[in-house]
Design a protein around this ligand. Sequence first.
Ligand code: ZN
Length: 320
Amino acid sequence: MSRRALLAGLGLGALAVNLSTGASTAVAAEAEAEAAASAAAEAAAAAAAKNGAWANPALGRFPAGGHYGAPRGGASHAGQDVSNSTGTAVHAAAAGTVVRRSWGGGLPGRTGNALVIAHGGNQYTYYGHLSAYRVALNATVTAGQRIADMGATGNVTGPHLHFETHTGSLGSTVNPVGFLAARGVDLSGGWSRIDPGASGATVVVIQRLMTRRGHTLVADGQYGSVSVAAVKRFQSSKGLVADGQVGPATWPALVYTLRQGSSGAHVRALQTALNKRSARLAVDGGFGSVTTSAVRAYQSANRLVADGEAGPVTWRALTG
Ligand SMILES: [Zn+2]
């Protein structure tokens, strides 16, 4: 079982425990086992956190005063605001289960349409002030899946995503910028960081781009020793630090600017990255009209220049 599958399983287990408020001994034993499993999962996650399991929830700018901990009346701001226009895509920050879909998520002090996703390991994310929901309560979501549209519902001065990260329990917030940075995601929109040991769709993207760069790799989604060694050789060939981390220095050297008519492993990489963001393309390596439409739709929903070409800005957003 992959760690992601394990974490998703833990998320469902945690939900079942939370719903079982009539604490029988069976539930107590389950909760104890759950806590032990959660601790193990958290330790495993900490060992290789920049693993592509997390994704940037929204593109935009950080407004003045929108940072975590900023004073809000008598309280402090529980999340990080990301400003953009109403309708901007909001993506799941990681795989999980939608456990709240309601005004303020039922949490004290929050307003507006909100979603809460449980990610397992007692980790939760909150998405507030949404203009539209794109997932149902109790839905299972994947990292990067489009879940909502940015909006201005509740007490706001303009459209933005109010994004929170919770660890330990729902309601126990931490700074989302640091939380995501530790997991390889730059909430301000920079390139992601993928470490050796990672697995998943973003690793497939890397492997397909590497193949096009002349370092043929099996696109198995496992960033293991063979792939890492190839990336280190690639980094050396480009005069980069050969540390095996695919981050802000390596991504720009790895991606290609692609447009309709392109074909090959790099197009497969692009199609894989688009599918992580809900595109549902056939990964055939041919950049035809369907892929062009998917690129344009992604760019439009994320407020990028919607020219249907995949250049560095689009790649950075897709893989972030
Ligand atoms: Zn906020």
